[in-house]
Design a protein around this ligand. Structure first.
Ligand SMILES: Cc1cc2nc3c(=O)[nH]c(=O)nc-3n(C[C@H](O)[C@H](O)[C@H](O)COP(=O)(O)OP(=O)(O)OC[C@H]3O[C@@H](n4cnc5c(N)ncnc54)[C@H](O)[C@@H]3O)c2cc1C
Ligand code: FES
Ligand code: FES
Length: 488
């Protein structure tokens, strides 16, 4: 055990002895002679603080991921390579290909957003160079969706992204890869990390067993996985979190187990890690996950954090509720499994007992003949909070009647929830526009949505209905004319 957080920065190992655990990486950088990364929003929304973290793959390569330094706690980068905009140019002042493309395309508009754009593009440049056909505009947009340019100068930035990938070649980070890997191996930790700072402490256990014992001993500690929710409690709400237990170093929590009928997702699996598996096994949910935050948020944030945080507008839960997901909970090594639809008791209240944590999420996959879809409705495609999110799993009997419909909704109540009245109203009914239209008023018994700055209650109620109608269209291909006739 050591109280030093160790990471690689500027080509050498940096040790920070017992930092205040909730110090953000951004604040630490700016206080330690690296002001290139900027603070715009301090809540993960604007990308001005984007830095890149490098870590070793099982094959010994270095993988680069863009993250928001403003909501990342310093001890969370233990064992990683930290790259900031100051690191990209060579010592002789040679610009990195990403920087050169930004200059050549006149994309460097203001000093505030540009460092974040450059770092987001750097991560893209390194992750996607294997793509033979070059990067699609979609991939470029995805990589930049977490970076806000307030002067609306996106076009030259997109030009730079296209130019950098066209010119993609070996760069000095590739040439230095073996050296970086050696440095990363030299700081690899076999045991857990504990940082203490006055009365505050940060613990990063390495195994589920250690985590269970630690949390049982400190049941008032705050668990932190990616900190894309917890980080804001510090930067926006000014909360002090005296004891933090970090989950990302727990090896077992990064496992995704695939069987014929289900996925078992460890609680520390990030959205980015989960996406390739979802694309193969559950593409409808993969499409939704690409709408959660932006790349920087998905590189840190986890499904486990989303479920445990239990926000009424958490986007994964409607789908998980519809699919019949369950949680494997662990308290001091004693495990129990709980269906997700019994997990939430009220606004941000759940069934977790003191010292209990989510170990895995079990997601049953739709069976042959079942239909599943999930959609999020928000004002923007990316980096926006849902007004309403809905998911449906439909099983029809041999005569085209509803044998079972599971509907999960977010944004409609104090917690993400199923719609039991709607489900009951459709049970045994033919899966037709007329029957669905007749069942829709049941949604008013399930939910009394509220009005807030995102949407009015009436809008939410209408969207909830329309999403079910969309599901009907999606599954039957029914024409709009028949829907309108049924709907009046
Ligand atoms: C800019 C931005 C955009 C976002 N956009 C979206 C969005 O589009 N849709 C959406 O749904 N969310 C969004 N979020 C919220 C957030 O990213 C997600 O909720 C994410 O899944 C949280 O995961 P995390 O690992 O970062 O959780 P953390 O912040 O680490 O933890 C969240 C909560 O869960 C608890 N927790 C974490 N892991 C466990 C566990 N294993 N067992 C028990 N408790 C645990 C923590 O104690 C905390 O209470 C956004 C956040 C930001 C900053
Ligand atoms: S400062 Fe805006 S995302 Fe970090
Ligand atoms: S680049 Fe900063 S506002 Fe556009």
């Amino acid at each position: 055990m050591t109280g030093s957080v160790r990471f690689v920065l500027g080509g050498r190992v940096v040790e920070v002895r017992d930092p205040a655990p909730a110090t953000t990486v951004l604040n630490w950088l700016r206080a330690n002679g690296r002001p290139g990364s900027k603070e715009g929003c301090a809540e993960g929304d604007c990308g001005a603080c984007t830095v890149v973290l490098g870590s070793l793959t099982p094959e010994g390569r270095v993988r680069y991921r863009a993250v928001n330094a403003c909501i990342l706690f310093l001890p969370m980068i233990d064992g990683k390579l930290l790259l900031t905009v100051e690191d990209l140019a060579g010592e002789d002042g040679d610009l990195h290909p990403v920087q050169k493309a930004m200059v050549d395309k006149h994309a460097s508009q203001c000093g505030f957003c540009t460092p974040g754009f450059v770092m987001a593009l750097f991560a893209l440049y390194h992750e996607e160079r294997g793509v033979e056909a070059g990067l699609s505009d979609g991939a470029i947009h995805d990589a930049l969706a977490g970076n806000l340019c307030r002067c609306t100068g996106y076009r030259p930035i997109l030009d730079a992204a296209r130019a950098m990938t066209a010119a993609a070649a070996e760069d000095r980070f590739d040439r230095a890869e073996e050296g970086i890997a050696t440095l990363l191996r030299s700081i690899r930790r076999e045991g857990s990390l504990t940082v203490t700072h006055g009365a505050a402490s940060f613990h990063a256990p390495h195994s589920v067993k250690e985590l269970a014992a630690l949390f049982a001993a400190h049941p008032n500690a705050t668990l932190v996985a990616g900190a894309t929710d917890v980080g804001l409690w510090v930067t926006k709400q000014g909360r002090s979190l005296p004891t933090l237990i970090h989950l990302a170093q727990v090896r077992e929590l990064h496992r995704i187990e695939e069987s014929a009928g289900a996925l078992e997702v460890g609680a520390a699996v990030t959205y980015t890690e989960l996406l390739p598996v979802l694309e193969r096994r559950l593409p409808e949910l993969a499409a939704l996950v690409t709408r959660i935050g932006a790349a920087q948020v998905r590189n840190s944030g986890t499904l486990g954090g989303n479920v445990a945080n239990g926000s009424p507008i958490g986007d994964s839960m409607p789908a998980l509720l519809a699919l019949g997901a369950s949680l494997l909970l662990n308290r001091g090594g004693v495990r129990r499994e709980l269906p997700l639809d019994r997990f939430y008791h009220g606004y941000r209240k759940n069934d977790l007992k003191p010292g209990e944590f989510v170990e895995r999420i079990r997601i049953p996959l739709p069976r042959e003949g079942q239909r599943f879809a999930t959609w999020k409705v928000s004002k923007r495609r990316d980096q926006d909070i849902s007004a309403v999110c809905a998911a449906f799993l439909l099983t029809l009997d041999g005569e085209g009647r509803v044998a079972d419909l599971r509907a999960g909704y977010g944004g409609m109540a104090a917690t993400p929830a199923r719609a039991p009245a709607l489900e009951a109203a459709l049970a045994g009914q033919p899966w037709t526009a007329e029957a669905v239209a007749a069942a829709l008023p049941a949604l008013d018994r399930d939910f009394r949505p509220m009005t807030d700055m995102r949407a009015s209650d009436r809008y939410r109620a209408l969207v909830a209905r329309n999403l079910l109608m969309r599901f009907l269209l999606h599954t039957t291909g029914a024409g709009m004319a028949s829907l309108e006739a049924a709907h009046g």
